[in-house]
Design a protein around this ligand. Sequence first.
Ligand code: 5GP
Length: 191
Amino acid sequence: MNKKGMMVILSAPSGCGKDTVFREISKIRDDVCESISATTRQPREGEADGVNYYFITNDKFEEMIEKNEFLEYASYNKCYYGTPAKAAMAMVNSGKICFLIIERKGAQKVMKNCPDAVSIFLMPPDLKTLEKRLKKRNTDSDEQIINRLEIAKDEIKSSSVFDYVVINNELDKAVNEINKILINELKKRNA
Ligand code: 5GP
């Protein structure tokens, strides 16, 4: 167990493979965990409440905003997404590396409010590859894919605000690069 925990923001355009990258990292490290976000988006096939997300209503989300229960939240593609603060902080305080796998606006809020957090932007090799991945995933309508690609262009433009940019061209390479970042950041914190 690490002496000190750490919060890691992993952000990337939708379809860039951040969940796959996290899954691979959790296979090689037993000190990582993922914050489960709340969202008002509808579950996709195969997604379960409390596993992929907490799927909640708009009213419930807004009640949680009122009660200040989010570390950050943002609206993305006409739905709310947010990180429940209590659970994320508890994971960090227990010495874990807590990954927040979130979009750019929320990521920037965490950078501002939690300056100790490490921020990583996972970059798609190019927009054509991203479009192919989104289509292959087969979970979004054509209109949603167009929206997601528009948001992606914007997100890529502001990637320089992140501490690290990792290109997700080959999965193994991206995973190794992120693992090296974690090792170095933990060394700094526990020095
Ligand atoms: P999706 O609908 O594809 O699951 O997620 C859409 C986007 O919302 C992705 O970029 C995902 O990383 C991001 N997201 C997921 N959870 C959160 C969250 O708690 N906060 C923010 N700001 N973005 C999130």
